[in-house]
Design a protein around this ligand. Structure first.
Ligand code: CO8
Length: 260
């Protein structure tokens, strides 16, 4: 696929940086952007040389300012559901990546942009970033997962406030409510996000992907989630990296993990 609106760059450390590249429209998500993003994520997933993804937006103004509002003019009820499901499927694939995905939020993360950041495993924000779910201003509600992921991240009370008022909040406020993991100066954003990937990449890869899998199950009822965790724990105990990790600890040396 010829990528035009998403840049895909893999650095020498194996970090894939995916940049939504439509700065004249504040990186708004249209069907082409979503298709290219999906393609790039699948490519990063299947490339063994890629250790994780940093997802960001082009320019210094926006991460993603939402779904493309120009596309809404012809949207009817049936198409609205179809578009929402299509976008959700792309975001679900990001969330289901077995390698870490870090959103480097470099500016506006509004509507679908905030929802995209929430589908990533971690969120690092530039001091200049801002967040919001302004859909009520347009006569709609979040459709790419906002009503589901926002309360899971920040609690239903604050999610309700943000979704019903459409209020835009600063990166600092997003940090205070647990929407982002860290706030850094804009100049340090990409390096910080890459550092997260490299730190995680130094751990046992199967333990990382199983942890992500178990964390996704944290919206199951507690007893079911605990069963799921125990099953994954058992799988981890069957890996070579588990034996290596324990041996290395007892021999007081760094572990060499193979992802086996
Ligand atoms: N869609 C399309 N174009 C956009 C969008 C957007 N979401 N945001 C900005 N743009 C465009 C503007 O139209 C403008 O284009 P042009 O220069 O051709 O007129 C260009 O980007 C620059 O934008 P502004 O001139 O508005 O820049 P400002 O600095 O004045 O304002 C803002 C920046 C505050 C971010 C402002 O652009 C804004 O409010 N944007 C819309 C934010 C928004 O409401 N986002 C939510 C959209 S709805 C959504 O995301 C729903 C997700 C679920 C969808 C499910 C199925 C489809």
């Amino acid at each position: 696929m010829d990528l035009q609106l998403v840049r895909y760059d893999v650095d020498e450390d194996g970090v894939a940086v995916l940049t939504i590249d439509r700065p004249d429209k504040l990186n708004a998500l249209n069907q082409q952007v979503l298709g290219e993003l999906d393609h790039a994520v699948r490519q990063a997933r299947s490339d063994d040389a890629v250790r994780g993804i940093v997802l960001t937006g082009s320019g210094d103004k926006a991460f993603v300012a939402g779904a493309d509002i120009a596309q809404f003019q012809t949207l009817d009820a049936l198409q609205g559901t179809r578009f929402a499901l299509q976008g959700q499927a792309v975001f679900n694939r990001i969330e289901e990546m077995p390698k870490p995905v870090v959103a480097a939020v470099n500016g506006y993360a509004l509507g679908g942009g905030c929802e995209l950041a929430m589908a990533c495993h971690l969120r690092i924000a530039a001091e200049t970033a801002s967040f919001g779910q302004p859909e009520v201003n347009l006569g709609i509600l979040p459709g790419y997962g906002g009503t589901q992921r926002l309360p899971r991240l920040v609690g239903r009370g604050i999610a309700t406030e943000l979704i019903l008022t459409g209020e835009r909040i600063s990166a600092q406020r997003a940090y205070e409510i647990g929407l982002v993991n860290r706030v850094v100066p804009a100049a340090e954003l990409i390096a910080t996000a890459k550092q997260y990937i490299l730190t995680i990449a130094s751990k046992a890869p199967l333990a990382v992907s199983m942890s992500l899998d178990a964390l996704r199950a944290s919206d199951l009822p507690l007893r079911q989630g605990l069963r799921y965790e125990a099953a994954l724990f058992g799988q981890a105990c069957g890996t070579e990296d588990f034996k290596e990790g324990v041996r290395a600890f007892l021999e007081r040396r760094p572990a060499t993990f193979k992802g086996l």
